[in-house]
Design a protein. Structure first.
Length: 565
């Protein structure tokens, strides 16, 4: 068996099935999203798991939309999900399915249960159904409509299908056991009335199947072998089994695994939609969002998300992964693959007073020290340069080895320079740093062997390419942003410094032609991605994907409002 994923208990169960001859040795998995939002990091885990299993066993993988709730579903979400699944490597080939295409078969099966006396039409309201259900350890109460005859139920269900009744006036419920210890088995609702336009079916249907009725049937129709779900569906499995057993149809095996959440992140689609609608982010693909499209626009790679999923693994025990684990998965890849470039994000001008006016040199810099085949490039150097504002201190703190009056510092792959004076504006802000350079130190090394502790990067002012650069941070400051006490809101944990926009960063000239979607390491600053929507050759816009080193260990993250960190 070939697999790029770590062996886990799911693989062990599949191996056991294959050894016993169950499913004739077939392995067929699926990813069944509801098209009511964009996919997030939790969905990515499921896609990578299910498609990886199919690939490992040379089986099949389906993408199936569980489009059974027309009031929340949109074609926009369908399109984004298809793109995300393909990007993550989920190869469903021609197996793109929609639950709504199975509605006629689901209706026929429901009528089969009605005629077998195992389902009935109920007139209780949703609140009354909940009240009749009872509680754990306490039996529920039969619906007063549970005793309707088979003939009356069949007639009412057919009239529900024809649209004769208003929304919410009737449901179809399974007739199981109102005293069952599993509350999901206490006459669950199978269909509700909803006169709503469906994104694929239009107004063809006015009754829609509940998820618990549709879930197992969809897997059965598609001959799924291993129906892999998250742990909250474990208590629903007996109900899925009951439906399949009563109908006498093909029976997949359901396997549950625990969700693993990501620190400083929320994955509730309702709350993510709220952030979008309330303008806290710029859309579902905002690079701060934990959506697959957000990660893609920020510059994450599909390979890095797959590496993250392999790193955290699959288990039956819920857990939280720190965000630095995800970031390190990306750094490990980008360090090997990203070309190095010079960029100054917050520029201050440096003038080399003893450098010949009008002269330009070209310095040789490595494209990627991790890749011997990457070679070198030429970067122009002249009398006036830009350096990072943070690399100059007129009054330096202790152990500050960068540019400061009277101290020598190395300009990356260029010369050793010494600050001699500064120029300030009327408000006392430094506008220019005046230095001298040592012409005998071309390349950055002193022939007399003197030691220079500091090395900083630079960009030639004459040749610099201005660009917009966006610096992103975590959207939430709390590790568990949803864990708020009563009276507080998760949005209180929003990080007000999650986005900093630099309107006039200065880049080396080669970056003028950066193609949208290209990745670079800006030396000493981090990994950056040319925004695929906003960046254009000649007018680049870069998103910082991730910093060069993990900074989370140094940050004291706060707890939820009203709770300790």
């Amino acid at each position: 068996m070939e697999t790029t994923a770590k062996t886990n208990f799911i693989y062990e169960l599949i191996d056991k099935d294959n050894a016993s001859g169950r499913f004739e040795g077939r392995v067929h998995t699926r990813f069944p999203p509801e098209p009511n939002g964009y996919l997030h990091i939790g969905h990515a885990t499921s896609i990578i798991l299910n498609s990886g299993i199919a690939r490992a066993y040379k089986g099949k993988f389906n993408l199936r939309f569980d489009d059974t709730n027309p009031s929340k579903e949109e074609q926009e979400y369908v399109d984004s999900i298809v793109e995300d699944v393909k990007w993550l490597g989920g190869d469903f080939e021609d197996r793109l399915f929609f639950a709504s295409d199975y509605f006629p078969q689901m209706y026929d099966w429901a009528m089969q249960l009605v005629k077998a006396g195992k389902a009935y039409v109920c007139d209780l309201t949703a609140d009354e159904v909940r009240a009749h259900r009872g509680a754990p350890g306490e039996p529920g109460k039969d619906s007063p409509f549970r005793g309707r005859s088979v003939e009356e139920n069949a007639d009412l269900f057919e009239r529900m299908r024809k649209g004769e009744f208003p929304d919410g006036s009737r449901t179809l419920r399974a007739k199981i056991d109102m005293a069952h210890p599993n509350l999901n088995m206490r006459d669950p609702v199978m269909y509700r009335i909803l006169h709503a336009e469906h994104h694929r079916q239009g107004d063809k249907w006015c009754i829609y199947p509940m998820y618990d009725w549709a879930h197992g049937l969809e897997d059965s129709i598609e001959k799924i072998t291993h129906s892999i779900c998250t742990l909250e569906f474990e208590d629903h499995r007996p109900l899925y089994d009951w439906f399949l057993d009563q109908l006498g149809i093909y029976h997949p095996q359901q396997i549950e695994f625990a969700r693993r959440t990501l620190g400083n992140t929320i994955t509730s689609k309702r709350k993510l939609l709220e952030l979008v609608k309330d303008g806290h982010v710029e859309g579902w693909d905002d690079p701060r969002m934990p959506t697959v499209s957000g990660y893609r626009r920020r510059g994450y790679t599909a390979a890095s998300l797959r590496a993250f999923c392999d790193e955290v693994g699959i288990s039956r025990v819920p857990g939280v992964s720190d965000i630095w684990v995800l970031e390190n998965s990306l750094r490990n890849e980008l360090n090997k693959t990203s070309p190095r470039r010079l960029a100054v994000l917050k520029p201050v001008k440096v003038v080399l007073t003893n450098y010949p006016e009008g002269q330009t040199e070209e310095m040789d810099l490595l494209n990627n020290p991790e890749d011997e085949a990457a070679g070198t490039r030429k970067v122009p150097f002249c009398r006036e340069l830009y350096i990072e504002a943070d690399d100059f201190k007129e009054v330096p703190p202790k152990k500050f080895f960068r540019m400061t009056p009277g101290q020598e510092v190395r300009l990356r792959a260029a010369y050793i320079v010494k600050c001699e004076s500064v120029v300030k504006d009327a408000a006392g802000n430094v506008t220019e740093v005046r230095c001298t350079y040592d012409p005998a130190t071309r390349g950055g090394d002193a022939p007399d062997g003197r030691k220079i502790k500091g090395t900083i990067h630079w960009v030639s002012a004459k040749h610099a390419v201005p660009a917009k650069v966006r610096l992103y941070d975590a959207l939430f400051t709390a590790r568990s942003p949803e864990a708020v006490p009563e009276g507080h809101d998760y949005k209180e944990n929003l990080n007000q410094a999650s986005l900093e926009v630099l309107e006039r960063a200065m880049l080396e000239p080669s970056l003028a032609a950066a193609a949208p979607g290209s990745r670079y390491q800006f030396e000493r600053l981090g990994y950056f991605f040319a925004d695929p929507k906003d960046s254009k050759p000649g007018a680049p816009v870069f998103n910082r994907t991730v910093t060069l080193k993990d900074t989370w260990a140094k940050i004291e993250q706060k707890g939820a409002p009203g709770q300790p960190a």
